[in-house]
Design a binder for this molecule. Structure first.
Ligand code: GUN
Length: 285
């Protein structure tokens, strides 16, 4: 068994983005990301701080808009409109979840799809479906990078995704399909789940339940990717996979923390770079 090192893969992505950013700066272009956060949710504040730090690290310009809890939908919409119209802002991200009086769909739909670096806008979601996209949602894109880092060929493999969220499960399945895996999406209501997961050469767990995937659910020699971020009975951070049980059965596994987590923000940097190139008519390769 080998542990996939998310920190290492993530650092390699950031180094690549930083290098390309230097090249863009020679052309007078500095990628710019605006991050909107409404209210005081502590987890969201940590995420947003990490996004700002990552921008600094790769050489982007970033602006944080920390709005009070009682912000109205009209005020939030007006900010999105202003950022849509600014040439120096290439990417706009509104940190979710929003306070309950605000409508996240309305905000997502208002962001210009070319600046939607989360790839949450229906236009970008549809583009992913047909395989003709500018941006990939950050977490599934990060998972693909981790799978590639193992050197395991995806084509023809059986891939099983546990979880069907719009942010992870559904796009994850689509990306695996684009790389010619035979994909099955499973979820909390799937019958005989273990019978299905036991067949998976590539198993992606994104169901949000602590240590849900046990050794009896995993095929010998599988690649196991754990998107979960949960607390165990002792309050310790853990994934959707019972790491200690599963690690000796599979060929590759991601730890929590240090697996998928570090990838997400790096892929956001990648998307912001892509957005800057597209908006400045620089060839994107
Ligand atoms: N909240 C948790 N994850 C995410 C994410 O990837 N993007 C945004 N905008 N909010 C989040």
């Amino acid at each position: 068994m080998a542990i996939i090192n998310g920190k290492e893969v993530s650092a390699a992505v950031r180094a690549r983005v930083a290098k390309e950013t230097e090249e863009l700066k020679v052309k007078g272009i500095t990628p710019g990301l605006a991050v909107i956060i409404v209210g005081e949710d502590p987890a969201s504040q940590v995420y947003v701080r990490n996004k700002e730090r990552a921008c600094e690290e790769v050489g982007f310009f970033s602006e944080k808009y920390a709005l009070p809890e009682n912000t109205t939908q009209a005020e939030l919409n007006a900010l999105v409109d202003e950022l849509n119209n600014r040439a120096d802002i290439n990417g706009i991200l509104c940190q979710l979840p929003l306070p309950s009086h605000l409508d996240d769909k309305e905000v997502i739909n208002r962001i210009n799809p070319i600046k939607d670096v989360d790839a949450f806008h229906p236009v970008n979601v549809g583009a992913i479906m047909i395989g003709d996209y500018n941006f990939l949602p950050c977490t599934p894109a990060g998972v693909m990078e981790l799978i590639h880092s193992t050197g395991v060929e995806v084509t023809g493999k059986k891939a099983v995704v546990i979880g069907r969220s719009n942010i992870v499960g559904k796009p994850m399945a689509m990306l695996l399909l684009h790389e010619n895996a035979t994909v099955e999406i499973t979820h909390s209501k799937t019958r005989n789940l273990a019978d299905i997961t036991k067949e998976a050469d590539i198993l992606v767990a994104a169901i949000g339940r602590a240590k849900f995937v046990t050794a009896d659910m995993v095929k010998e020699g599988a690649v196991v990717i754990d998107v979960g971020m949960n607390r165990d009975e002792n309050g310790k951070l853990c994934g959707d996979v019972d790491f200690e049980e599963v690690k000796d059965k599979c060929a590759f596994i991601t730890p929590v923390p240090g697996g998928v987590g570090p990838m997400t923000i790096s892929m956001l940097m990648q998307n912001t770079l892509t957005a800057a190139k597209i908006q400045n008519n620089v060839e994107n390769n």
